[in-house]
Design a protein around this ligand. Structure first.
Ligand SMILES: Cc1cc2nc3c(=O)[nH]c(=O)nc-3n(C[C@H](O)[C@H](O)[C@H](O)COP(=O)(O)OP(=O)(O)OC[C@H]3O[C@@H](n4cnc5c(N)ncnc54)[C@H](O)[C@@H]3O)c2cc1C
Length: 446
């Protein structure tokens, strides 16, 4: 088996597909089987996603970055504004000169399909759809996965890429309930609209994307308007709203655009609304058919991303879900994928993959895991600040908190703190990080 290890990847989302591509490059004789619960006819979820330079660097290394540019909206800054439509700060997000890449907002399915197209070029990778994993187990010699339909598959190594509600995480951790996803008391509601329908209300010629903060209310008050097409002629708009109680039936929201539009109208619309016309009109003119809904969940960060024998490793949302308000969950999944592929290749080499449970291999997986956990903690902390900024006040008075928030944004913008934060996020380069961790040998891996 040493010359042709079998690597089982559970989940064919962003992390599963990108990891598989890096593994085939570094371990060309490996057989990789991706098991995906979704049907082949519907490989991706819908919606748009923001890709910052740290994510785009990984996509560039995979070889799909250039092909995505014609399908997404490039930008370098975000206009932070108040509800009256005054600009508070212009926050640097990205930029070719400073970070190597402009940021890119794009339909998520374009990234997914570009990754899938690359995967299809690789004869070593097989994607098996409609295969929902129900449990995993490891032994000294390998790993076994069982599927809901009762079938099983075995391999040398299993990488869990099965998202926030990961079955693999529950299956191999000592106290899985400690890592059950918890509702974060926030939901996001948004939709899509043509820029031409709302541009006339952009009375101050503010640059897109716009992130607006308003007076606190029980529901929280923030509103984003974000182009996602190359020409910027279509925007997605969304808000994060505080909703203290988890509801059994989120699906009834997701499928009911009228209900979602009514909810947004109750927060932002109406004659006595303090919100600017750009926001009010965006909600008023939006098509209920094009609304989307997400409830935010998080799970506790495990203290390591691997099993006892290190034959099971978790990455992406399965390992460390992030609140979407920070826009870094996908980026972290990509960083995990590239860095893990380097670490595994360095640790075992193709011919030594079966020695995963031996001390040296364990030590390297452990080092990788510690490195990633430190990085995730840093990004989670930065994310939390952004998430808190969007939270409601749950009933306490508004004016003071809002004024304080506006001042914080303004002062941080003035001092360049927000720009320095971007450097921490944007500059991650998996190869360099792995060279720093394991030494110059890693530089030989291509
Ligand atoms: C509203 C919203 C906005 C976001 N915006 C951004 C953003 O702007 N920028 C950013 O970087 N990130 C963003 N994220 C986060 C990002 O979407 C996730 O972090 C990313 O998708 C994680 O990728 P993943 O591959 O780990 O998990 P997923 O994308 O969840 O993929 C998991 C895959 O595993 C499959 N699966 C699940 N269970 C099983 C099973 N038992 N057996 C087999 N297969 C299984 C699923 O069908 C899925 O295909 C956002 C998230 C949300 C919800």
């Amino acid at each position: 088996m040493a010359s042709s290890p079998t690597i089982l990847v559970i989940g064919g989302g962003l992390s599963g597909l990108s990891l598989s591509l890096f593994l085939t490059r570094f371990l060309p004789q490996a057989t990789i089987k991706i098991y995906e619960a979704r049907p082949a006819s519907q490989p991706s979820t819908s919606g748009t996603i923001n890709m910052t330079p740290n994510a785009l660097r990984v996509l560039d290394h995979i070889g799909i970055y250039q092909s995505l540019i014609p399908d997404g909206y490039n930008f370098d800054t975000i206009s932070m504004m108040n509800h009256r439509f005054d600009t508070l700060a212009t926050i640097p997000m990205a930029g070719a000169a400073d970070f190597g890449y402009q940021a890119l907002r794009i339909e998520r399915s374009f990234i997914h399909l570009a990754l899938l197209a690359k995967v299809k070029e690789q004869s070593q990778i097989e994607v098996i759809y409609g295969s929902k994993c129900s449990s995993v187990s490891e032994s000294d010699s390998g790993v076994t996965v069982t599927f809901e339909n009762g079938t099983t598959s075995t391999g040398d190594l299993l990488i869990a890429c099965d998202g926030i509600h990961s079955t693999v995480r529950k299956s191999f951790m000592a106290n899985p309930e400690d890592h059950d996803p918890k509702y974060m008391q926030q939901v996001s509601i948004g939709g899509f609209i043509s820029t031409s329908e709302i541009e006339k209300y952009n009375t101050k010629n503010a640059t897109y994307p716009m992130m607006m903060f308003g007076p606190e209310s029980e529901t929280g008050a923030n509103f984003m308007i974000w182009p996602y097409t190359r020409a910027g002629d279509e925007v997605t708009f969304f808000t994060t709203i505080s909703k203290p109680d988890e509801e059994e039936d989120w699906k009834s929201y997701a499928g009911d655009g009228l209900k979602l539009k009514e909810l947004l109208t109750s927060v932002f619309g109406g004659d006595d609304s303090p919100w600017n016309e750009m926001v009010r009109k965006t909600v008023e003119l939006s098509d209920p058919e094009r609304y989307r809904f997400w409830a935010f969940y998080l799970h506790n960060l495990p203290d390591k991303f691997y099993s006892e024998k290190a034959r099971i490793i978790i990455i992406g949302d399965a390992a460390h879900a992030m609140p979407p308000s920070g826009g870094q969950g996908g980026a972290m999944a990509f960083e995990d994928a590239e860095s893990l592929a380097y670490a595994l290749s360095y640790a075992y080499g193709t011919s030594k993959l079966e020695k995963l449970d031996k001390p040296q291999g364990l030590e390297i997986v452990q080092k990788w895991s510690e490195h990633r956990i430190a990085r995730i903690k840093t990004i989670q902390e930065l994310n939390k600040r952004m998430s808190d900024m969007r939270k409601g006040n749950s009933g306490s008075t508004s004016g003071m908190m809002f004024t304080f928030k506006v001042w914080v944004i303004w002062i941080l913008g003035l001092l360049g703190v927000l720009g320095r934060t971007r450097r921490v996020i944007n500059d991650y380069n998996a190869k360099q990080e792995m060279i720093n961790l394991f030494g110059e040998d890693v530089a030989k891996l291509e």
